[in-house]
Design a protein around this ligand. Structure first.
Ligand code: CA
Length: 500
């Protein structure tokens, strides 16, 4: 009896020990799995290369990954498919100059007097640019040890004091104004004609390209030339021990509409000449992206590079772009003006095959890039965006209950838009304030201002407070606009923020 009891006890003890051990093993395993998961989700390698690919006036739906059946963009689609597509990404302004100023400074352009485009040939006429008080993200990354390059359009000041090389970029290949013609032989001939006709100021779209302040005799179609220089920069930077920040600032598909014959042939089924040429110009960018991705792979940098793709503003529908299903396009405070196609790609870090549907702003790039680079922000630096990285990786709303603004002045009026969560209040050109639930109604077709007046009033009030941070413009895109501004006693915010 005693023996049986003892053996039972021994057996029970054995069972207990075994179960404890197996339980511990299981617990260890599960905690290992969890910690691996957490590590994979949150840990971000330090100091990645950062590659920004910016298009100019590209339509929301003019890419395969955003629904285009007409324009194949295989290289961009491949990156988008293996990265995360942002469906609700905004730039800070619905046209070029202020949008780019915001990208570089992390501030709404109105706060620094840059709410208008610099006029053409600004280097020879007004000699102005973005205030030197502002430290560009390129300088922040340069100071953090990055190789920094910009290929393409600048548009932030054409005089020596505002040159990309003094704003943190080691390597600049491109042009300083707001755009450029695409075929070197043609623009050289046009430049010569203007010079021979005795014109003092020659249209800046025709000037020779430059490399770090020295004129170059370019021979390739501009989009191909910029892609070539981007690949060169990557190859050179990859030979150093330091990471790089490359800003591919394509002017395509901005006007003038000029495409290569070989690209036009691919779109012979498109009847509309503008649309056909525009499509061919987008295709040339995609070819360039393929070349750049190849150079990342060949130099061993592909897996250590965050690629960010977007457009500086909405597509210009009169120049062949489509923003479907968004309303209107470039210049508008409806979604088509400043909600842009965007993706992040970073192999094994950025979630692949996903969509991020929360609101983000291009203003968020400054602090987000600085965080990834482990860079120190300038002392007292003000920012209108925020570091979205950790929320983005966890698919959490980085901007819950926060506003994303847009405001554009024209002809004595101020067009405004404000997005918060699912809501958007908008005052389009010469119209009354309207309210949309943009989550359900991307096309802004069902005005809810009468059914939700409180939501509208609150958004308008908050936007009025924001407008108090604006300063008077430091320039206008032409002389007449500046004169009209003063004659009209702009910005007339008392009228702008009246809800009727
Ligand atoms: Ca633009």
């Amino acid at each position: 009896m005693k023996l049986i009891k003892f053996s039972t006890l021994l057996f029970s003890l054995l069972v207990f020990i075994v179960s404890m051990v197996s339980c511990k093993t299981a617990k260890d395993k599960s905690s290992t799995v969890i910690s691996q998961k957490v590590t994979q989700t949150i840990k971000t390698p330090e100091k990645p290369n950062i590659l920004v690919i910016l298009c100019d006036d590209l339509g929301y739906s003019d890419l395969g990954f955003n629904g285009s059946k007409e324009i194949p963009t295989p290289a961009l689609d491949d990156l988008a498919k293996n990265g995360t597509i942002f469906t609700s990404a905004y730039v800070a302004h619905p046209f070029c100059g202020p949008s780019r100023a915001s990208l570089m400074t992390g501030l709404y352009a109105h706060k620094i007097g840059a709410q208008f485009n610099l006029p053409p040939n600004s280097g020879e006429t007004i000699k102005k640019g973005i205030s030197l008080e502002e430290t560009f993200i390129s300088k922040v990354l340069d100071d953090a040890g990055y190789n920094t390059g910009i290929m393409g359009k600048w548009h932030l000041g054409s005089n020596a004091e505002f040159h990309p090389n003094v704003r943190g970029f080691d390597d600049f290949y491109g042009f300083l104004g707001g755009g450029h013609n695409y075929f070197p032989e043609q623009y050289r001939a046009a430049y010569k004609r203007q010079k021979e006709s005795g014109r003092k100021i020659i249209w800046d779209y025709l000037h020779p390209l430059e490399h770090n302040g020295k004129e170059v005799r370019e021979t390739e179609y501009i989009t191909d030339a910029l892609s070539r220089e981007g690949a060169r920069f990557i190859n050179e930077a990859s030979k150093t021990k330091d990471p790089f920040f490359l800003y591919m600032s394509y002017n395509a598909p901005h006007t003038p509409l000029e495409a290569k014959e070989e690209d036009l042939k691919l779109f012979s089924h498109i009847k509309d000449k503008k649309r056909k040429t525009y499509a061919a110009m987008v295709y040339a960018v995609d070819r360039g992206v393929k070349r750049i991705v190849n150079s990342l792979k060949e130099s061993g940098q592909y897996e250590n590079t965050l690629i960010v793709f977007f457009s500086d503003n909405g597509g210009k529908t009169k120049a062949g772009a489509t923003n479907f299903p968004l309303k209107e396009g470039k210049g508008s405070t409806y979604e088509g003006g400043y909600r842009v196609p965007m993706f992040f790609h970073w192999a094994n870090v950025v979630p692949a095959g996903k969509k991020y549907n929360y609101n983000v702003s291009a203003l968020d790039f400054y602090p987000t890039f600085a965080r990834l680079a482990g860079a120190k922000l300038p002392e007292g630096k003000q920012l209108d965006g925020k570091n979205i990285w950790d929320n983005f990786l966890q698919n959490k709303d980085a901007r819950k209950d926060e506003n994303i603004y847009v405001l554009r002045h024209r002809n004595g009026f101020s067009d405004v838009g404000v997005r918060k969560n699912e809501w958007k209040a908008v005052k389009a050109y010469q119209q009354k304030w309207k309210l949309f639930n943009v989550d359900n109604d991307m096309a802004e077709s069902n005005d809810l201002s009468k059914t939700h007046p409180k939501i509208l009033n609150n958004l308008v009030k908050e936007t009025e407070v924001w407008s108090g941070t604006h300063i008077q413009p430091l320039w206008w895109h032409d002389v007449k606009t500046g004169k009209d501004w003063k004659a009209d006693n702009m910005p007339k915010f008392d009228l702008t923020f009246k809800v009727d």
